[in-house]
Write a protein that binds this ligand. Sequence first.
Ligand SMILES: *[C@@H]1O[C@H](CO)[C@@H](O)[C@H](O)[C@H]1NC(C)=O
Ligand SMILES: *[C@@H]1O[C@H](CO)[C@@H](O)[C@H](O)[C@H]1NC(C)=O
Ligand SMILES: *[C@@H]1O[C@H](CO)[C@@H](O)[C@H](O)[C@H]1NC(C)=O
Ligand SMILES: *[C@@H]1O[C@H](CO)[C@@H](O)[C@H](O)[C@H]1NC(C)=O
Ligand SMILES: *[C@@H]1O[C@H](CO)[C@@H](O)[C@H](O)[C@H]1NC(C)=O
Ligand SMILES: *[C@@H]1O[C@H](CO)[C@@H](O)[C@H](O)[C@H]1NC(C)=O
Ligand SMILES: *[C@@H]1O[C@H](CO)[C@@H](O)[C@H](O)[C@H]1NC(C)=O
Ligand SMILES: *[C@@H]1O[C@H](CO)[C@@H](O)[C@H](O)[C@H]1NC(C)=O
Ligand SMILES: *[C@@H]1O[C@H](CO)[C@@H](O)[C@H](O)[C@H]1NC(C)=O
Ligand SMILES: [Zn+2]
Length: 519
Amino acid sequence: MTILRTCTALACVAAAASARQLPIVVDDYVPAVPVKAPASYNGTNGTTIDTKKLQADIDINKLFARAEELAKIADLGIPEYNHPTRVIGSKGHVGTVDYIYSEINKLGDYYNISNQTFPAVTGSVSESRLVIGYDVPKSASPMSLTPATKQHEPVYGQLLLVPNGGCSASDFPVNMTGAIAFIKRGTCSFGDKSANAGRAGADAAVIFNNVAGELSGTLGTPSPDHVATFGISLEEATPYVDMLHNGTKIDSIVYIDALVEEIMTTNIIAQTTAGDPENCVMLGGHSDSVAAGPGINDDGSGTISLIEVATQLTKYEVNNCVRFAWWAGEEEGLLGSYYYSQNLSPAENQKIRLFMDYDMMSSVNFAYQIYNATNEDNPLGSGELRILYEDWYKEQGLNYTYIDFDGRSDYAGFLDAGIPSGGIATGAEGIKTAEEARIFGGEAGAWYDPCYHQLCDDIHNLNATAWEVNTKLIAHSVATYAKSFDGFPKRVAGVEERGLKRREKKTPMFKYKGNDLVM
Ligand SMILES: *[C@@H]1O[C@H](CO)[C@@H](O)[C@H](O)[C@H]1NC(C)=O
Ligand SMILES: *[C@@H]1O[C@H](CO)[C@@H](O)[C@H](O)[C@H]1NC(C)=O
Ligand SMILES: *[C@@H]1O[C@H](CO)[C@@H](O)[C@H](O)[C@H]1NC(C)=O
Ligand SMILES: *[C@@H]1O[C@H](CO)[C@@H](O)[C@H](O)[C@H]1NC(C)=O
Ligand SMILES: *[C@@H]1O[C@H](CO)[C@@H](O)[C@H](O)[C@H]1NC(C)=O
Ligand SMILES: *[C@@H]1O[C@H](CO)[C@@H](O)[C@H](O)[C@H]1NC(C)=O
Ligand SMILES: *[C@@H]1O[C@H](CO)[C@@H](O)[C@H](O)[C@H]1NC(C)=O
Ligand SMILES: *[C@@H]1O[C@H](CO)[C@@H](O)[C@H](O)[C@H]1NC(C)=O
Ligand SMILES: *[C@@H]1O[C@H](CO)[C@@H](O)[C@H](O)[C@H]1NC(C)=O
Ligand SMILES: [Zn+2]
C-alpha cells in the first residue's frame, strides 16, 4: 500500500480532525498577485540577479551567527522537555517560526509572507511491554502514533497468526475477540494492518519483519480502528510462527501507554513581490526538529541557509518569482509540505515550475548527496534540476553521490502533486563507505550525522565546509531559475501528471513518510 492510497497528509489531518471535531483554522495560502509596490521600494536596486554575485554574498560567519540564535531558541523547549528541542508544539518551535517570520519581515516589501496554519498529529509512548509466551522479545518496538492498550492497562490474549499479511478483512480468523494479531510485514501499510486487526476484534497487534532485522515504523494517520501495535524482528518472530503453524497455543501480554494528540502548527511561506508570479521557483526546508534534541543540523542548517539566501537575494532584481517555504511537522511525517502541496488549486499548482528540498546541509561526516531525481521516474524537470546540481559540483571540482528519492523529506508531496522536484543533502544515519571517505574525506564506517535525531544535534554538530558549499549551491539554484527558465521543461498544463510515472510502473510511491517507515 502506498502513502497515496493510505492517506495523504491532507486527507489524514482532515480525517483526524473531523473524527475529533477539532476546529480547523486554516489561514490558506493565497499567492501574491502582482500589485504596485510602495514608492519607497521598487522591488530592486537595479542590479539584475546573477548567480556568481549571489554565491559571493554567502558568508559562513553569518550562517553560524544564525545557528547560535537558533540554539538559544531551542532552549525555550527546556522547561517542558528537560532539554533543548524545536519539535512541533514546543516553545522552541514557536520561537523558530517567530524567528523566521521576523527575519523575512525585516526585508520589507521585497517579500510577501504568509502563515499557513494546519492541524498536526503527534504521538508519544510513555511505557510499553511485550511478552510472548514466556519471552520478552528484545527487538519489540511500539509503532509511532500507536494508540494505548485499553484503559492504558496491559491486555492478555492468545497470539493468533494472521495469514496473508492482514491486508484485507478476510485474512483474519473469524473470531479475534480478545486475541493479539500476529502479522507479517508487507503489501500494505502498518496502519492498514493495525486497523484491520482492530476491526476483526483484536486487542493488539504485533507486526513482524519480512526481512532480516528489527522493525520500527509508524501507523501513520490515526484511525479509530487502530489497536496498540508493536514491531519485532524476523529473527525473534520465526520460532513463534513455527509453533503457531504447529498448532501450539501461545499466550501474550501487550502493554502500551501512549498519547496521540492534535495540535495546530504553521508553515511560513515568503514570495518575492517582484518577478513573474505565473512562473515560480520554490524551495523549502523544515522549521521543526524531533523531540529528542535541538535539530541544529536537521534542519536548522537548511532553515538558516534559506533565511540567508532570502536575505541576500534582496540586493537583486528577479525575473521569476521566488517562493521560500519553512515547513512544520516534517518529523511527524512531512505534514506541512503535504498540507501545502495537496491544498494547491490546479491553477496554483501550475505556477510552481519546480520545488527544491534543502534538508540537512551541514552533517559533520558529510557526503555531497544529490537526490536521484530522474525524469524517468519523476515529473519532467526533476532530471534537469539534478543536472544543475551535478554541473555545479563539477565546476567547483567537488565529488558527489546520488541518494534514493524515496520519500524521506518534503519533496514527496510535490512529486505526488506532479511538480518537478529534487534537492541535495549531506547524510543522516547512513554509514559512510570507504569509497565515500576517499572522495569526501571524513570517517568511513561512521554515520554521516553522528547526532542524527539526538540531543547532540546542537551548535557543534555542523561542518562549516559543507554548509558554506551547499548554501552557495542553494544560492546558485535560486539565482539560476529566478533569472530564467530557458531550457527548463514547461509544466504540462491541464494534465493530471501527478505521480503518473510511478503509478504507471505500479511501484509503491514511497516506502517512507519522512523518517518513518510506513510499510
Ligand atoms: C501578498 O499576499 C496576500 C495574500 O497572501 C495578497 O492578498 C497580497 O496581495 C499580496 N501582496 C503582494 C504585494 O503581492
Ligand atoms: C529601482 O530603483 C533603483 C535604485 O533606486 C533604480 O536604479 C532602478 O532603475 C529602479 N527600477 C525600476 C524598475 O524602476
Ligand atoms: C504569522 O506568524 C508570525 C510568526 O509567528 C506572527 O508574528 C504573525 O503575527 C502571524 N501573522 C498572521 C497574519 O497571523
Ligand atoms: C469470540 O471469542 C471470545 C473469547 O474467546 C468469546 O467470548 C466470544 O463469545 C466469541 N465470539 C464468537 C462470535 O464466537
Ligand atoms: C512441530 O511439530 C512437529 C511434530 O509434532 C515437531 O516434530 C516439531 O518439533 C514442532 N516444531 C516446533 C517449532 O514446535
Ligand atoms: C544593490 O546590490 C548591490 C550588489 O549586490 C549591493 O552592493 C548594494 O549594496 C545594493 N544596494 C542596496 C541599496 O541594497
Ligand atoms: C537513479 O534512478 C534511475 C531510475 O530513475 C536508475 O536507473 C539509476 O540506477 C539510479 N541511480 C542511482 C545511482 O541510484
Ligand atoms: C574527489 O575524489 C577523488 C578520488 O576519486 C580524490 O582524489 C579527490 O581528492 C576528490 N576531490 C575532492 C575535492 O575531495
Ligand atoms: C569539515 O569537514 C572537512 C572535510 O572532511 C574537514 O577537513 C574539516 O575539518 C571539518 N570541519 C569541522 C569544523 O569539523
Ligand atoms: Zn530533516
